[in-house]
Design a protein around this ligand. Sequence first.
Ligand code: C2E
Ligand code: MG
Ligand code: MG
Ligand code: MG
Length: 291
Amino acid sequence: YLAKEGRTGVEFYLPDKDRNSPERLSLLGDLRQALDGGELGLHYQPKVSLDDGRVESMEALLRWWHPARGLVSPGDFIPLAEQSYLMREITRYVIQRALEQADRWWRDGIEVPISVNVSARDLLDSSLPEQLEAGLSEFGLPPAVIRLEVTERILMTDQAYTADAVRTLAKLGVQLALDDFGTGYSSLVRLQRLPVSEVKIDASFIRRVGESADDERIVQSIIDLVRSLGLHSVAEGVESSEVAAQLHEMGCHAGQGWWLAKPMPPEEATVWLRTRLSEAFTDRPKDPARL
Ligand code: C2E
Ligand code: MG
Ligand code: MG
Ligand code: MG
């Protein structure tokens, strides 16, 4: 099992529980069809500097338009896919789509990196670095174009091959971010051992900044830890100008969340980026509440 520290103590997640329930099996079967039938696509959500509003990267978030169920959230189908061979194919698909989008943006003069979420298990796929390398050279894009987000859980597995895969990717020049930080048990030592450049503080803490002194202390200590390791901090789930301003005050580098921008379909993201880039030539307010 994987132990996960919840708000009310320790919860145990049993991967085999309900594994064969008809509901799950039918969704998994549908996912196979979704991959082949073009029901999957990516939305993009910016990470924005809390100092000056600069767009640091765009995170690719998977969307599934199910013919009968409508939009299915990745939170509902990624954990399912992670228990099957489908995850590997989904990741390949996401990376390919992200590279195509990066190619369009970069040819258009919009030089923004795209962050792709990969599951801890994807790092056991030794062909992942090769696929990335081949994809980048196919489009003639520099490695800085694609970044990977991996959840903090990989620090808990502490397996030699995970660290190997991460190092191979880093050697390739692909930057890594640690996603959902603060929800696991990872120690400082382990964080230091991996070539990670960005740490994303989980939204569950950020949402309570300004409301809960305990959560604020946790956020402050993560920001300080990240800074002391020379890494970049990004707050997830920034939903108000007050929270953005307070995070800036606390020394957090960047933010992501509905107040800054929601995940957008590619065309809308392109328009959003163009507007942002043209604004970059005018004076941007230093006040993070006005980003
Ligand atoms: P994540 O990587 O931590 O992504 C952040 C999630 O928070 C996204 O949910 C995003 O839409 C949502 N979000 C962003 N800003 C706000 C905000 O201000 N308030 C609130 N309440 N939510 C906000 P989404 O798109 O449903 O994705 C959920 C999770 O599914 C992701 O969490 C990620 O772990 C996973 N996921 C998404 N796409 C992929 C993918 O292509 N591959 C893999 N392996 N996992 C993915
Ligand atoms: Mg992410
Ligand atoms: Mg996250
Ligand atoms: Mg999260």
